[in-house]
Design a protein around this ligand. Structure first.
Ligand SMILES: [Zn+2]
Length: 313
C-alpha cells in the first residue's frame, strides 16, 4: 500500500501545501497567503486548518515543513526567519504535533529544496548530490548516501557564504567576498545599474521601462537572450563566479550531481556556459566529468515536495 506524506513550504508571500506519494508524485495541493503581521499561533492555526480539509489528510502519517532562516531541526524550533519577523524561537514542531497528532519535522528551505531536487529532478537516482538555490540569497543542501547532511550544528550547506574573494564585497553575514554577493539577485541588479552608467543597454532600458528599480534577473535574462551586450557581460561575470564555486564544490565533495534551482537558474545556458568553462579549467577532470549539472525544472515545487519527503531522507 502506498504511503502519503504532507509537505508545507512557508514562503514570505504564500504557504504551499501538498500531499505526495512515496515516489514524490503530487496528489493534492493547496495554499494560503502568509500573514506576516499575525502572531505565530494564528499562522499555525491557519495552516493546520488548511491541512485538515485536504482529501488525503486522514491517510497522512507525517508532516514536513520547510521555512527560511535559522531552524533547529532536532528540537523543531524556528529560531529566526527573515520571512516572518514575529517568529522568534517558535516551537513549530511541538505546536503542530499537538493539534494534528502526526509526526512533524521542520527544516530550512534550502534543505527541503535539496530533497525536492533529489526526488523531482534526479528521480532519487543519486547517491551524493548538492543543490544550489540561486535567488535573492544563495543557499545549498547536501545529500550523502541518499540522506540529507546537516553537519554538527545544522549549518552544513551554506554554499552562498563560501568566500570567493578574500577582500571582496561585504555580505549580510558579516564576511567579505561571499559567493552570494556575486551571484545573488540583488548583486546582479546592482551590477547592471553600475554598468549602465558607462555602457549603453537598449534592451535593459526598454524592458525595465527606463526605471532602474524595475530591473530584475528575469529582465537581465531576457535582455541577454535578445543579444544585449551589457546583460551578457553580467551573466558572464556571474557564471564565472558560479563556476569557481562549483569547481570548489566538485573537488571537495565529488558529487554525482549538482542541481541548480531558484529564479536565477532560469538564465539557463547564458549562465551555465560560463560556469562550465571554469569547472573544466579548475576542477579535477574525473570528478568534473562524472558530475552531472542540472538546472531544475521544478523550482516552484521543490520546497513543498522536499518538505513532504523530509521524513524519508
Ligand atoms: Zn556571507
Amino acid at each position: 500500500m502506498s504511503k502519503f506524506y504532507l509537505g508545507i513550504d512557508m514562503g514570505g508571500t504564500s504557504i504551499k501545501i501538498a500531499v505526495v506519494d512515496d515516489k514524490a508524485n503530487i496528489l493534492e495541493e493547496s495554499s494560503l497567503d502568509t500573514d506576516i503581521k499575525a502572531q505565530p499561533k494564528k499562522v499555525i492555526n491557519d495552516i493546520v486548518n488548511a491541512c485538515k480539509i485536504l482529501k488525503y489528510y486522514g491517510k497522512v502519517k507525517s508532516i514536513g515543513i520547510g521555512i527560511a532562516g535559522d531552524i533547529d531541526f532536532k528540537k523543531g524550533i524556528v529560531r529566526f526567519s527573515p520571512n516572518l519577523p514575529r517568529w522568534k524561537n517558535v516551537p513549530l514542531k511541538k505546536e503542530i504535533e499537538k493539534t494534528t497528532k502526526k509526526t512533524v519535522l521542520i527544516d530550512n528551505d534550502a534543505n527541503t529544496a535539496c530533497i525536492g531536487a533529489f526526488w523531482l529532478d534526479l528521480k532519487s537516482k543519486s547517491d551524493n548530490m548538492i543543490c544550489v538555490t540561486l535567488g535573492t540569497g544563495v543557499g545549498g543542501g547536501i545529500i550523502v548516501d541518499k540522506k540529507l547532511y546537516r553537519g554538527n550544528t545544522g549549518t552544513a550547506g551554506e554554499i552562498g557564504h563560501m568566500t570567493l574573494e578574500v577582500n571582496g564585497n561585504k555580505c549580510n553575514c558579516g564576511n567579505l567576498g561571499c559567493a552570494e554577493t556575486y551571484i545573488g539577485a540583488k548583486y546582479l541588479v546592482n551590477r547592471a545599474v553600475e554598468l549602465m552608467k558607462t555602457k549603453s543597454s537598449k534592451n535593459i532600458l526598454k524592458l525595465s521601462g527606463n526605471n532602474n528599480s524595475n530591473i530584475t534577473p528575469k529582465i537581465l535574462s531576457a535582455a541577454a537572450a535578445a543579444g544585449d551586450l551589457t546583460a551578457k557581460q553580467i551573466w558572464s561575470e556571474a557564471g564565472e563566479k558560479l563556476g569557481v564555486l562549483l569547481a570548489n564544490i566538485i573537488n571537495f565533495f565529488n558529487p554525482d550531481s549538482i542541481v541548480l534551482c531558484g529564479g536565477i537558474s532560469k538564465a539557463g545556458e547564458e549562465l551555465l556556459k560560463h560556469a562550465n568553462k571554469q569547472i573544466k579549467s579548475r576542477a579535477f577532470k574525473t570528478a568534473a566529468d562524472s558530475c552531472k549539472i542540472v538546472i531544475s525544472k521544478y523550482t516552484n515545487k521543490l520546497g513543498v515536495v522536499g518538505a513532504a519527503m523530509l521524513v524519508k531522507n
